[in-house]
Write a protein that binds this ligand. Structure first.
Ligand SMILES: Cc1cc2nc3c(=O)[nH]c(=O)nc-3n(C[C@H](O)[C@H](O)[C@H](O)COP(=O)(O)OP(=O)(O)OC[C@H]3O[C@@H](n4cnc5c(N)ncnc54)[C@H](O)[C@@H]3O)c2cc1C
Length: 264
């Protein structure tokens, strides 16, 4: 629970036990844990923090294994269709074959690779949610009348629609480029972080404009804009916060500059 953004500081331990391991620890805010049958669980196989986070290993775990308890689902701001809860592990015995990659210390590397995919997925969610919000805003703007005409005729409303379109198009291009690079086998860590950062922040602005186009109705639960606003907020937090994306992008740029003398 204490580690969060500093994921390598996790406290969950996997201690060798016969041919397998014994897991102890708690994971917080785990999406779909109330219904998950299988879990990918990161745990320390060394108490000491090792270079390149080699103290972290990854395990595939049957979530019905004795010793695993799922906490009460947390009440959230939005995304009411996705449930999160704590996963509490007390002396959970798992077989040696649960160790991903068959080797201790590869967990962080595996997590980072799956995070690239996860971050692109969240970037895609940003575009999807943003598109729905923009579509809803356009529809409302053509129907709602003020000063005797549809608000879509007002250029200040049009500016909000145009800015949203431009930002969503940019996010789509970033995601398409990062995916194409991944297909070519390139390391996309920086691109995935940049796409996640931009798309989630852009989505936040798009849903905010949707509320604004709706006016007072945008603030009421009766209309969809209010839900879009709440649902989109988490995109800037999970799979690494916007600040963690900024840190990773900058770290990667500085590392490349130090070794190459330029950054392309
Ligand atoms: C709905 C939901 C679903 C989730 N699903 C999952 C899941 O399925 N699996 C999973 O493992 N986790 C999941 N999480 C956890 C999520 O990934 C973390 O909440 C997130 O990474 C941030 O960690 P934290 O909450 O501990 O915040 P903290 O790490 O405490 O961060 C608090 C603030 O400090 C900032 N900050 C932290 N470190 C730095 C730094 N070095 N420099 C600058 N700013 C910094 C952060 O950006 C943030 O603004 C979920 C969370 C939520 C809310």
């Amino acid at each position: 629970p204490g580690s969060g953004s500093d994921s390598a500081a996790m406290q969950t331990m996997a201690v060798r036990d016969g041919n397998g391991y014994r897991l102890n620890g708690t994971k917080r805010y785990i999406t779909n844990s109330p219904s998950a049958k299988i879990g990918l669980i990161m745990a320390r196989t060394s108490k000491e923090a090792l270079a390149k986070n080699a103290h972290v290993s990854a395990f595939i775990v049957d979530m019905t294994t004795p010793g695993i308890t799922i906490g009460k689902p947390d009440k959230k701001m939005g995304q009411s269709g996705a449930h999160i809860a704590d996963v509490i592990m007390e002396d959970v015995h798992i077989p040696g074959s649960a160790l991903v990659g068959g080797e201790e210390g590869r967990g962080f590397q595996i997590a980072m690779q799956s995070l690239d995919n996860g971050r692109l997925s969240v970037a895609g969610m940003g575009v999807g949610m943003g598109r729905r919000a923009l579509d809803t805003a356009i529809r409302y703007a053509t129907e709602r009348k003020a000063f005797g005409e549809p608000i879509a005729n007002f250029q200040l409303i049009q500016a909000m629609l145009a800015d949203s379109e431009a930002e969503l198009y940019a996010a789509e291009c970033m995601i398409a480029d990062a995916c194409a690079r991944a297909d070519r086998g390139e390391n996309i860590q920086r691109k995935a972080a940049a796409a996640k950062l931009f798309s989630s922040e852009a989505c936040g602005r798009v849903v905010d404009r949707c509320v604004q186009v709706f006016g007072g109705a945008g603030y009421l639960a009766e209309y969809p804009a209010e839900r879009f606003f709440r649902d989109a907020r988490i995109l800037r937090i999970y799979e690494g916060t916007s600040q963690i994306m900024q840190l990773q992008i900058a770290k990667s740029l500085l590392r490349e500059f130090a070794s190459e003398g330029a950054v392309w």
